[in-house]
Write a protein that binds this ligand. Structure first.
Ligand code: IMP
Length: 499
């Protein structure tokens, strides 16, 4: 007879944290979010510790080398998507590993058709006085010129002037080619008395800007996640089909951590991959996804360095509708965290767990951590930023970024979903969608981290480990969910006109 679970499985939105005593030492400035990425023995430290508990999803629409650099610079880790050729994935890993601090993705960008008024508005909003002018106005479009305050004079009738009339055109710019070292970039900056040096690829597409001030103070990212050679720590996704070719190429490219990317990781195929990697390479490997104690134990016994938790909760995921498998994300994390703690008590080995998918509000991250996750993985969250690889479009008057599931026809990631070895997707497990464009990764992360730290102070916790010990978590009723939002008031944005 089938086994029945009498309790329904639950999502993060069904829980809240109850505040604990906040001591005077408990201020956001004193909170740290350091967390282990890979397993370690009692009394020792994890060989890789994240400085913020964030990882970006193994997805085409989320994690390329640009995202890997941006997130490592902020203290987290990206897992570069595996649903591409082995050569391409290895190239992305190698680009991220050879990246040097001081190269930034351009944050203020316009097209030649924009006007001086647009430049002034952008400058007012962002505080940036250097604007890259690209063909499509994106940070990685074809570079056509640069505008700084030296290029224009504001007068009564100048605001409608098109940028093409006053920008410093590409033909007059001093620029560097991709691959240039930071030292050489700095030499060019000094030689030509520049404030900013654009770096372009062979097709004139903008890659980065190097600012004089950033070179002087490129230690301004105190949380950046570096290996012993001062390169960023980089993860990459693999599958259970071509691992004997893919893993050697990724290791050769310098990858620090692999993760087997699968919608259901409780399988003999995953066990085979872990054993193969462990017996041939000195590289860390995470596995998953699982949603219960048995799945956790199986992959840990096979040798996994961390375990990813979650089936069917992803924003673009339709696995539950298509196949009827999955479990509420909160219930999955709670049970797997218990299994992790049991395993630690039995063996003295701590195997970190990652809550993957289904984070909608920032407070869901705090809940996932409080419930026992060591770090979270997010797709939708990161897809909204400048640093994600997809196009930024205007739809119905609002800026959006494209975002599609690995199980959608667009991604054609049959290795992630097919368990029988056929090279096509029989049916889709993900959708193709848009997410609202949200600006730069760092600005958004700062806000999210601010909220997490503030909530941790409410709970009287200065670290994630302390949060996990002290958290008091309550279920909420359907009616108290209504009470949790603004209610019984007329919101001002609702368009009511006054007299
Ligand atoms: P999100 O943070 O809610 O967007 O969830 C991201 C997670 O969804 C990823 O890390 C994957 O585990 C999962 N995922 C990615 N693509 C698909 C898909 O097409 N179908 C089901 N799950 C997916």
């Amino acid at each position: 007879m089938a086994t029945y679970y009498t309790e329904p499985s639950r999502t993060f939105s069904e829980y809240l944290l109850i505040p604990g005593l906040t001591t005077k030492a408990c201020t956001p400035a004193n909170v740290h979010l350091k967390t282990p990425l890979v397993k370690f023995k009692k009394g020792e430290e994890s060989a890789i510790q994240l400085n913020i508990p964030f990882s970006s999803a193994v997805m085409q629409a989320v994690s390329d080398h640009h995202m890997a650099v941006a997130l490592a610079r902020a203290g987290g880790i990206s897992f570069i998507f595996g649903s591409q050729s082995i050569e391409e994935e290895a190239r992305m890993v190698s680009k991220a590993k050879s990246w040097k601090a001081g190269f930034v993705v351009s944050k203020s960008n316009l097209t030649p058709e924009h006007t001086l008024a647009d430049v002034l508005e952008l400058k007012e909003r962002t505080g940036h006085s250097t604007v890259a002018i690209t063909q499509d106005g994106t940070p990685r479009g074809k570079l056509l010129g640069i505008v700084t305050s030296r290029d224009y004079r504001v007068s009564r009738d100048s605001s409608a002037k098109q940028i093409r009339e006053f920008m410093t055109p590409f033909s007059s710019l001093v620029y560097g080619q991709s691959g240039l070292s930071l030292g050489d970039a700095n030499d060019l900056i000094w030689e030509h008395k520049l404030n900013c040096l654009p770096i372009v690829d062979a097709d004139q597409n903008l890659e980065f800007l190097v600012f004089r001030k950033d070179y002087d103070a490129h230690k301004e990212n105190p949380l950046e996640l570096l290996d012993e050679n001062k390169s960023y720590i980089v993860g990459a996704g693999i599958n259970t089909k071509d691992y004997e070719e893919r893993v050697p190429a990724l290791v050769e490219a310098g990858v620090d951590v692999l993760v087997i990317d699968s919608s259901d990781g409780y399988s003999e195929w995953q066990s085979d991959v872990i054993r193969y990697v462990k017996s041939n390479f000195d590289v860390k490997i995470g596995a998953g996804n699982v949603v219960d104690r048995e799945g956790f134990r199986y992959l840990v016994d096979a040798g996994a360095d961390f375990i990813k938790v979650g089936i069917g909760g992803g924003s673009i995921c339709i696995t539950r509708e298509q196949k009827g498998i999955g479990r509420g994300q909160a219930s999955s994390v709670i049970e797997v965290a218990e299994a992790r703690d049991e395993y630690f008590r039995e063996t003295g080995i701590y195997v970190p767990i990652c809550s993957d998918g289904g984070i909608v509000h920032d407070y869901h991250i705090t809940l996932a951590l409080a419930m026992g996750a060591d770090f979270v993985m997010m797709g939708r969250y990161f897809a909204r930023f400048d640093e994600s690889p997809t196009r930024k479009l205007k739809v119905n008057g609002s800026f959006v970024k494209e975002f599609w599931g690995e199980g959608s026809n667009r991604a054609r990631n049959w290795q992630r979903y097919d368990s029988g070895g056929k090279s096509n997707l029989l049916f889709e497990e993900g959708v193709d969608s848009y997410v609202p464009y949200a600006g730069s990764l760092q600005e958004n992360l700062d806000k999210t981290i601010g909220k997490i730290k503030s909530t941790m102070c409410n709970c009287g916790a200065l670290s994630i480990q302390e949060l996990q010990q002290k958290a008091r978590i309550t279920l909420v009723s359907a009616t108290s969910l209504v009470e949790g939002g603004a209610h019984d008031v007329m919101l001002k944005e609702s368009g009511i006109s006054g007299d």
